[in-house]
Ligand binder design. Sequence first.
Ligand SMILES: [Zn+2]
Length: 241
Amino acid sequence: MNQTFLMVEPMMKLRKLVPLLTAVSITALLATVLVVRIGHAEPKPIDGLDAGKVDYSKLHEATSGYTTVDGHHQEHVIAVANTIPARLQPALKGTDFINGCHPWSTKQLGDCPYGTYDPEGWDHDDTVGHQWANSIWISSKAVRAGTASDVVLHEVGHAVAHNLFTDCYFPLQAETSVKNLLMQSFAHPQADPAELLADAFVIAFNTHSRDLHTHYFDDFNFEASKEVILKIRAAVWLCSK
Ligand SMILES: [Zn+2]
């Protein structure tokens, strides 16, 4: 298993389930959002990314014993990061994009994952708070497979859920966050709903016409309805303001 994407958030727990949005309120919300969104979808260059923040030599030291920072495809990873749609960028303030194998998730998997979103700076020894806190890691393997743009969108999906959806609420749903409502939409007996939600970002926001790389959807034979994809776009619009 070497095509897994992780989000490093081991302590994440789903809150207790609460009733879903009624069909009426979902329809009303989507109708509102669709009308407002038309004409606002153009990507623009990222200027908020701070690609120079991480000291690569120190990172090698901190993670000795593991292949971590690669860097051969760093420029490609940054170029792909610059194709991230503007409406997702509010989730990426100060986020570093690193070409390599994230130390914690590589240790967990016993292999280099295609991608990792790490809000806290986790190392292979379960210590946290390292200098790569708030980073997205894309492996050279993912780049060589031609999947970097989809893997980036998957990891950006984790960043959006973490940074924008946690304290955001749909109208008339004040007691349940957007994040928890969306997690309910991706409830699954085997799959992690956070991973299915991240894969749905690839479907909702991709800008190419190749086959999509959605590892968890493929693995669990999962399909997202058009309604839930629209709900994600609506949530991004609502929660990035
Ligand atoms: Zn993931």
